[in-house]
Design a protein around this ligand. Sequence first.
Ligand SMILES: *[C@@H]1O[C@H](CO)[C@@H](O)[C@H](O)[C@H]1NC(C)=O
Ligand SMILES: *[C@@H]1O[C@H](CO)[C@@H](O)[C@H](O)[C@H]1NC(C)=O
Ligand SMILES: *[C@@H]1O[C@H](CO)[C@@H](O)[C@H](O)[C@H]1NC(C)=O
Ligand SMILES: *[C@@H]1O[C@H](CO)[C@@H](O)[C@H](O)[C@H]1NC(C)=O
Ligand SMILES: *[C@@H]1O[C@H](CO)[C@@H](O)[C@H](O)[C@H]1NC(C)=O
Ligand SMILES: *[C@@H]1O[C@H](CO)[C@@H](O)[C@H](O)[C@H]1NC(C)=O
Length: 720
Amino acid sequence: MNLSPWLLFLLLAFVVSSSSASRYIIQVEEPIEPLTGSSLKSWHESFLPSAVEESGANRRLLHSYSEVFSGFAAVLTEEELQAVEKKEGFLRALPDRVLRLMTTHTPDFLGLEIGKKGLWEDTKLGSGVIIGVLDTGVTPGHPSFDDEGVPPPPSKWKGSCDLETGCNNKLIGARSMLSDLGQSPPIDQNGHGTHTSSTAAGNFVRNVSYYGLANGTAAGMAPRAHLAIYQVCSGNGNCNPSDILAGLDQAVKDGVDIISFSISSGSTPLNLDPIAIGSFEAARKGIFVSCAASNYGPDYFTLSNEAPWMLTVAASSVDRRFSAFVKLPDGKVIPGESLDQPTNFTKSSLPLYYTDDCLTNPPDDSHRGNVWVCKATESGSPEYVAKIVKSHGASALIYISWKVDGATIQLFKLNFPTVVIADQDGSDLISYLNSSSDPSASIVFNGTVLWVSPAPAVAYFSSRGPSLATPSILKPDISGPGLNIFAAWIPSIGSPDYKIISGTSMATPHLSGVAALLKAAHPTWSSAAIKSAIVTTANADVYDELLKPAFYFVKGAGQVNPNKASDPGLIYDITDDDYISYICGKFGGEGAKTIVRGIVDCSEFKNLTEAELNYPSILLSPKGEEMANVSRTVTNVGPARLSYKVSVSVSNPAASATVTPETLAFTELNEQKSFSVSAKWVAGGPPSTGNQFVDGKLTWTSDDGKYVVTSPLVISVMEP
Ligand SMILES: *[C@@H]1O[C@H](CO)[C@@H](O)[C@H](O)[C@H]1NC(C)=O
Ligand SMILES: *[C@@H]1O[C@H](CO)[C@@H](O)[C@H](O)[C@H]1NC(C)=O
Ligand SMILES: *[C@@H]1O[C@H](CO)[C@@H](O)[C@H](O)[C@H]1NC(C)=O
Ligand SMILES: *[C@@H]1O[C@H](CO)[C@@H](O)[C@H](O)[C@H]1NC(C)=O
Ligand SMILES: *[C@@H]1O[C@H](CO)[C@@H](O)[C@H](O)[C@H]1NC(C)=O
Ligand SMILES: *[C@@H]1O[C@H](CO)[C@@H](O)[C@H](O)[C@H]1NC(C)=O
């Protein structure tokens, strides 16, 4: 496993910060009498060394949290922190850190189309739902945030708008939570927040493109939903948990329904992660929290945002390519893609020049006008390689991706005629170069191609399970489009208002938008019910970056299928008490006090194991020849009278699984039925080499065949 970058940062920060002041999130006990507004703030200030609050850049109290966390954020020296720790009511101090962002045809790809039966029609495109986006801010006035056709916000909306140009029915609120900047308006200086918010709920904008590519009508997943923007990251893409927690706090206060969070916090134990703690309170208030899995794939154990009350989203490809290819003299085509597709590029064959390292100077001037073939290198980004190659007079670049990327072709605008090809295809090209004394090829820029297979395939960068923080919860939950995604961007002179970028950051708002549609279709469903509907109806036919069938730790349940998710038949619901029982079981009474707000007495709750939580996917870890058992409860949200039969399968004879009872007969809407799932290693026990996990699935199928409710099932040798 890699040391994650923020962990390195923490180690460094520890070395350098001992004498200077640092940012802390201070958790305090709940005040005996509930406090609000300025009295809450004064109480928080009373913990600080000097009761006199400083202003502007010298401000010590950065945020006073009221909704999702009992405490505040402050700047303190180590001595001051020691003084704060002695105050009555102090619980603990969590050091603040620096987190990173995880840097349209996609509605059609997911089956959402205007004029067709489905979730868009049923929900009037997500009308009435508020999506809170915690990101780098927004670009007001961008056509994707036009409010044509969007109704006024619901009366529960209590947020404010700090934009000089004001808000509208699409962009109903916008605030900066950045403690460093004071009260400046939340204008996006990065582009990331503009991209993610337009992906979740951008309005329809006709006839747009990125330099002619991805042309058509742009739209977010919930084009009539409202957006509330909370700027929690600065223009350079740095974000602090203290500001993120303030964003969560404000979003809950304002009345959002969905939170979209495309930021990686690294894997952190839930009781030490202010974002997991804050989102638990948000989830308890009925808010759906959709989060990026992170971009640290393809290694296992690289997830973040792993709490069971979060939706953890992996990134996959869509069936669109920005096609560009290399044609060899014998007619063989080496496929690739490009965001740099000049329309006037020569159709003739050009000499090819290949060198191990394109960043070293060529021996002479004889390769000017050639097409240079370069492999990805540690010493320079694709942009840098393109610049060097251009400076040597190349006519075009064929850029061979890393082997580890597999078939994932992540595109960047290089401002030079380029074809990016996968490593596998690069080998074919290099064999040709090896075999020819006078190699040449023609380059064809083929534009946007739709309905390409294979798709979807999870991108190499998408983080993978198992989850370190929640090892018995199967994470990620789901995949959404996250490779070469077209969405709104900050306009600048000479460049379009849209951009194509990749990341689990891009996949997350797709799911936030889908959750908004489901919320509009089913206003009474809990967040756990919405997640269950998304998970149990997913399309499991998803590849990994090597184009092999993806394992659950890569794809989650599979690719989201919004129309099916709207009518799942059965749901796996989780109540607040279930979550508290789980927290009591995992962290004990003292630990529960740091996660759950209010007075919680674990002796009044069951101690639920992680595997026992009523999650829509199932992960079992039988020991030796022993049987592992869990129970699950499903709620009927389909027709009142319907019976379901179970089928359970395991892909490897090393393990077996059974379910009892095998049928569930419902007679009422919202009726609940429980069943138990058992799994064990067969005879010789788990495989001792190779994969330490066996996958399977558990499916309830209704007698009329209309409902197919599938839970991913993993049998693992991991000790939870
Ligand atoms: C689409 O945009 C292009 C370039 O901006 C313009 O030339 C074309 O006329 C537009 N087409 C339609 C149907 O509006
Ligand atoms: C994109 O542009 C091409 C070429 O102008 C055109 O043939 C195609 O129909 C356009 N696609 C969409 C979805 O508008
Ligand atoms: C192609 O067009 C671009 C931009 O219009 C121009 O800069 C370039 O010189 C042209 N290339 C050729 C080979 O004509
Ligand atoms: C090309 O030739 C080099 C040097 O002879 C060799 O190391 C390499 O394996 C060859 N590559 C392919 C793909 O044939
Ligand atoms: C080039 O584009 C055409 C039409 O869009 C498509 O059918 C074809 O498969 C593309 N060729 C390659 C090699 O991608
Ligand atoms: C749960 O476990 C804790 C010890 O970790 C114990 O104090 C508590 O009573 C248990 N709760 C129940 C309901 O058994």
